[in-house]
Write a new protein. Structure first.
Ligand code: 9D3
Length: 234
């Protein structure tokens, strides 16, 4: 799978995507990440990518021309197997299910928003989807893009090397991310600063351990994420 990232901060991606699972997947050739500088599609001396909003208002917007030209140059033949996504705070929420559907694509182009936003014609006439990673304010789409690449990359066949661990995970319930949270886990020492590991986990009674884990996961989910238990979170 090829990930394209269109950004005014190409240097940003030197760090996060050159470590761990994503780096290994790049080395093994399962995925390729191509970072493109939006300013490559500007033609004035100052490589201008932003302008003031019509109607007035704070801040600047990404102007449409470099974004349209960049996307058209990066993906000249856009089919169903190549998707273009705008990352913005106004998008629909990214989740494990969306990541799973993207993991079947051959190419995914992520456009990183910046400034106060992006000219709406990009959303209306250029992209296939507009996506946010959560209800909080980032200063741009770059961190969101790194998050999305990480989430999708580990779903690609051969990336984790350990097929089982993908099925086991907390958010795996049918791959939709709507199961229970992981149960609490402990490692050595069995007592740390007076806090003991639950006795049952040391007992070797696998049936009892399974029951304890199930109940502990339900309790933790109820406490931390009651929305997951209520369901209806389509
Ligand atoms: C007037 C309100 N705005 C600023 C406080 C709106 C606004 C503009 C630009 C809010 C965020 C941004 C930049 N954010 C992104 O580009 C972004 C984002 C996010 O902020 N939250 C969650 N996911 C994403 S994906 C891209």
């Amino acid at each position: 799978m090829i990930f394209h990232i269109l950004t005014i901060f190409p240097e940003f991606f030197r760090g996060p995507l050159e470590h761990g699972v994503v780096a290994k997947a790049r080395e093994s050739g399962v995925l390729d990440i191509r970072v493109h500088n939006l300013r490559d599609w500007t033609y004035d001396r100052h490589k201008t990518v932003d302008d003031r909003p019509f109607g007035g208002g704070e801040g600047m917007l990404l102007k449409p021309e470099p974004v349209f030209e960049g996307v058209e140059a990066i993906l000249p033949h856009r089919g169903a197997a190549a998707q273009v996504v705008l990352l913005s705070a106004q998008g629909r929420l990214f989740d494990q299910g969306l990541a799973r559907s993207w993991s079947g694509l051959s190419e995914l182009l992520l456009i990183c928003g910046r400034y106060e936003g992006v000219d709406e014609r990009v959303s209306e006439h250029l992209v296939d989807d507009e996506v946010s990673i959560g209800d909080f304010v980032l200063s741009g789409g770059e961190l969101a893009a790194a998050v999305m690449v990480d989430v999708v990359a580990r779903l690609l066949p051969g990336v984790l090397g350990n097929e089982a661990s993908r099925v086991w995970e907390s958010f795996s319930a049918e791959g939709h991310g709507r199961g229970l949270l992981d149960c609490p886990q402990y490692t050595r020492p069995a007592e740390f600063r007076g806090w003991k590991v639950p006795e049952v986990l040391l007992s070797g009674h696998h049936g009892e351990i399974r029951k304890w884990r199930r109940q502990a996961a339900e309790e933790k989910t109820a406490r931390m994420r009651p929305d997951l238990l209520r369901g209806g979170n389509e």
